[in-house]
Write a protein that binds this ligand. Structure first.
Ligand SMILES: [Zn+2]
Length: 441
């Protein structure tokens, strides 16, 4: 049997959370709109003669994302028309970017190796179709609240080797976009959408396989992983039988836990791209790009590395605590205070994670440190009282004492625990240890 190397690339769309839409002043708030078609105007309804004006913030944010992903930036760029007809696209074309995206050639690391980012471009979202029944008749309704919402598309090279790595990559991108405060990436509502190109190359062959299967419209990372792993198995079986999998678009059926054919792609679709004549090309100066670069915060990976290095936090702990810039600033305050007050930053963080310290993000950092101190407060105990407890515990635990005397010093912790229970107050462990080891000599 032949073994195969999976060749997988992802295309990820995410809606940016700018206040207004990509090419008009309508509110960008499709998810909480009170009714359909309230955030619309001639531009996002595609009425003839309406003129689009690009949203500067959406462009800046796209560049920001690109810089955070180590991309190169095209100082000269433009918007193009992607021509196709569909009911949710009133103009008959989508404004997108064809051959000169804002960002290209970036990278992101995963636990299974680096994934190269091919490009990041900016486009507009379409309206939303709703299939319903009105008075017994099936109808399709269109809501244009989403039409013209800024949408970034992040395309990577086929460096992904399986479902788990795809999931890790997608989650990392989502974390980064949320961290940069540019997108909410609400998967269930369609604020972030995933598509995977999957094919298999026999081990030892050069170049890409002569087919690829696209699985589209996946709205959860779990489904992404399942769909990819399912496709790897399905394609392996076909290839083992001497067949080439059909070049097609497939969907994911979460109930049946399998992909299904949606449409075959006999030829590459021709969208007749051309530069949008209504939008002049966009040119950036070096100063503009370096100003955006300067506005980048310390990125999650840098924060995690710093916390690991300075405070010995574990990777997973550091990841948990670096979801947003606000959270990072808060944790940094706590760590600094702990350090200044000669408390163990690691112990405070563990108490936070294990919810022994009960706080909300934004609670005063000193309050957190004070809670920690109260939690671990110890009282000085009368020496006679302590000695009595030590004597009692030694007499009650002859086996443990014998083990200790035979060199098994691990039992010391057990005996100290017994003494602490006897005293019923939080006594400084050091004081107990000294009393106990003296008595055991
Ligand atoms: Zn509008």
């Amino acid at each position: 049997m032949t073994t195969y190397t999976p060749v997988i690339g992802l295309e990820i769309h995410a809606e940016l959370k700018t206040a207004s839409k990509m090419f008009c002043g309508c509110a960008n708030d499709p998810f909480s709109a009170k009714s359909p078609n309230i955030y619309t105007c001639p531009v996002c309804l595609g009425l003839p003669g309406a003129l689009p004006v690009p949203n500067k913030k959406a462009i800046d944010w796209t560049i920001k994302l690109g810089l955070a992903l180590d991309c190169k930036i095209n100082y000269f760029s433009k918007f193009d028309r992607k021509n196709y007809f569909y009911a949710d696209l009133a103009k008959g074309y989508q404004i997108s970017q064809y051959d000169i995206p804002f960002c290209y050639e970036g990278k992101i690391s995963t636990s299974q190796g680096e994934i190269r980012i091919t490009r990041i471009h900016l486009e507009e979202d379409t309206g939303k179709l709703l299939h319903d029944t009105v008075a017994g008749t099936p109808v399709s309704l269109i809501d244009f609240n989403r039409s013209g919402v800024p949408l970034v598309e992040i395309v990577c090279e086929p460096d992904i080797k399986g479902g788990a790595q795809a999931q890790e990559y997608g989650k990392k991108l989502r974390c980064l976009m949320r961290y940069l405060n540019i997108a909410d990436c609400k998967m269930a509502q369609g604020g972030m959408r995933l598509a995977a190109n999957i094919s298999l190359a026999p081990v030892g062959t050069k170049g890409l396989p002569n087919y690829k299967v696209e699985v589209k419209n996946i709205n959860s990372f779990k489904f992404l992983e399942q769909a990819i792993d399912y496709e790897i198995d399905r394609q392996t079986e076909l290839l083992d039988q001497g067949q080439t999998p059909v070049q097609e678009t497939r969907g994911w059926d979460a109930n049946k836990q399998q992909t299904f054919s949606q449409r075959t792609k006999e030829a590459a679709e021709d969208y007749r791209y051309f530069p949008d004549p209504d939008i002049p090309p966009i040119e950036f100066t070096k100063q503009q790009i370096s100003a955006i670069k300067k506005s980048l915060p310390e990125l999650p990976e840098q924060v995690i590395a710093r916390w690991q290095d300075k405070y010995q936090l574990s990777q997973s702990t550091a990841e948990q605590l670096s979801a947003s810039q606000e959270q990072v600033a808060w944790i940094d305050q706590i760590l600094t205070l702990a350090h200044q007050q000669q408390l163990s930053p690691l112990d405070i963080i563990n108490d936070l994670i294990n919810k022994k310290i009960k706080v909300k993000v934004d609670d005063d950092a000193q309050a957190v440190v004070t809670q920690f101190k109260t939690l671990h407060q110890t009282v000085a105990v009368d020496q006679d009282q302590l000695d009595q407890a030590v004597t009692l515990v030694i007499s009650q635990n002859p086996d443990a004492v014998a083990k200790y005397k035979a060199g098994k010093t691990q039992v010391l912790g057990f005996l100290m625990g017994q003494i602490m229970a006897q005293l019923k107050t939080k006594v400084d462990p050091q004081q107990i240890k000294i009393a106990l080891t003296t008595a055991l000599k």
